[in-house]
Design a protein around this ligand. Sequence first.
Ligand SMILES: [Zn+2]
Length: 251
Amino acid sequence: MDRPEIGISFAPELRLFVASPRREGRTTVRTDGASTLGHVVESLGVPLTEVGALLVGGRPVPDAHVPADGDEVAVHGVTRPQQLAGPPRFLLDIHLGTLTRRLRLLGIDAAYENPDVGDAALAARSAAEQRVMLTRDRGLLRRRELWAGGYVYSHRPAEQLRDVLSRFAPPIVPWSRCTSCNGLLHHATKASLHGRLRDGTEHSYDVFAECADCGQVYWRGAHHASLNAVVEAALHEFGPSSANNPSTSLM
Ligand SMILES: [Zn+2]
C-alpha cells in the first residue's frame, strides 16, 4: 500500500520546533497510513502541549485523526488564554528559578524542585498535583504523564513572566505568597514577631507578613522597589486578580 502524502503547515509560534525546511510554510510529509495526526505532529518535533486546533481542509479534527492521502493539515498554536481543566497551578524545572520567584511574588502557586529530581519525577508530580509543567525542555513536554505543560519561549525572566501570564491568565494577588517556599503569607505584627527581628528592622518597618509554611518574615524593605516594579508591570498589563478571587495582598 502506498504511504499517504499530506500537506502540513505550522503556525508561526510553532516553527521553532520543526526542521528549518518546514519553517517557511507548507511542506509535505509521507505518513505510515496508521499513525494518528497527533503522533505525526509530535514526530516532526512539536510537543502536543503547544498545539491548539488541528485543521484538515479547514475543519477541526482530533489528535486521533489518521491522515489520508491528500489531506491538507494546518497546525495551530494554543489559544491564549488557554483553558485548563483545573485552577492554574505550576511546576517549574530547575532552570526556571527566577521565573518561579516572580510568579510567587504575584501570588501564583509555583512549585519548584531544587536539586533536580529528573524528568520522570517532575512529570509524576505534575500529574499528582495537577500542575502545569513549565520548561524549556521539549523532551520533558513529551512525557505522557504530564497533567498539562507549557513551553517557556524566552531565556529572559521578564519575557518568561509575560509569556506565562498571557498564556494561562492566572489570578494575580501580589505579596500573598512566600517567594522562598511557595507557602501562603499571613499578617504578622511586631508583637507576634517580638524577639525574631533585629532591632533596626523592628524600628524601621511597620508592615509584616509571615509564611505559614516556613516562617519567613517579610516587610517593606530595601529591595522592595525592584520587586514592586515587577508587580506593577504585571498588574498594568494583565490586570488585578479576578473578581471571584477573594484573596487580597498582605503588604
Ligand atoms: Zn515560606
